[in-house]
Design a protein around this ligand. Structure first.
Ligand code: HEM
Ligand code: HEM
Length: 184
């Protein structure tokens, strides 16, 4: 049942794992950096890392979505019952949506509040949204609730991946692993 299930292409796998590592760092760093009582310079370091890595994630998700649109995965999860296939698709769509919404909301929150994004400032890239307290507050709320939503979806996704990889051993996990290597 499993030997004909092709892996994702190298670009899709590589970008999946780079983004996975970065997002797995961004979520705890985000929750940590807004806590009271942190050492000031440590907190600044966390904020600067979070904002700049976040912008990199915004670029990566755009590249990833364009790549996926141009190269739809030729995969046919024949081994999966319909309900599981639906759950997997729904989770993936939710993840893609949040992988776009989270960095975008973070960017708007920061730029509408007229705060720096060091890497963009160093390259002379101006803010793409106007200064607006209302817009900054809206984006902050989206970013805040989105943070919990993406944390939940990532947790479900990792449990599902572990279930396929360790319990069912049905070849689903090896469609995305290893990050580079042959396609089948
Ligand atoms: C923040 C972390 C992660 C995010 C945002 C994420 C996101 C995604 C997305 C959006 C897809 C759908 C790919 C597509 O069909 O276009 C996917 C597939 C996949 N992910 Fe992740 N992922 C993360 C972490 C992980 C981890 C830690 C594992 C393994 C333990 C994993 C294993 C997989 C596997 C096996 C697939 C392929 C599923 C299939 O072929 O149906 N992911 N991931
Ligand atoms: C996938 C990307 C991102 C994830 C998963 C993420 C996650 C988080 C989390 C979990 C928090 C703490 C919850 C909260 O208090 O709002 C947070 C806060 C924050 N994030 Fe992000 N973030 C991402 C991208 C960005 C980007 C691109 C920026 C800015 C360029 C940014 C700026 C901020 C700021 C300024 C806060 C503090 C919110 C406030 O209290 O004003 N984030 N983020």
């Amino acid at each position: 049942m499993t030997d004909h299930l092709l892996r994702y292409g190298v670009p899709a796998r590589l970008i999946h794992w780079i983004m996975a590592l970065l997002v797995l760092g961004m979520i705890p760093v985000g929750f940590l950096m807004v806590r009271e009582g942190l050492d000031r310079s440590f907190q600044n370091f966390l904020f600067i890392s979070h904002k700049n890595v976040g912008v990199l994630l915004l670029i990566l998700i755009i590249v990833r979505l364009i790549y996926r649109w141009r190269n739809p995965p030729v995969l046919d999860p024949v081994a999966l019952p319909k309900a599981q296939e639906f759950a997997a698709h729904a989770t993936h769509i939710g993840l893609y949506a949040l992988l776009f919404i989270m960095p975008l909301a973070g960017y708007v929150r920061v730029r509408a509040g007229e705060f720096p994004i060091e890497a963009l400032d160093a390259m002379g890239i101006p803010a793409l949204v106007p200064r607006s307290e209302a817009l900054a507050e809206f984006a902050k709320a989206v970013h805040f609730y989105g943070a919990y939503a993406i944390a939940v979806l990532v947790a479900i996704h990792i449990v599902a991946a572990a279930y396929h990889g360790l319990v069912r051993r049905d070849g689903i996990f090896s469609r995305m692993w290893p990050p580079v290597g042959p396609k089948s």
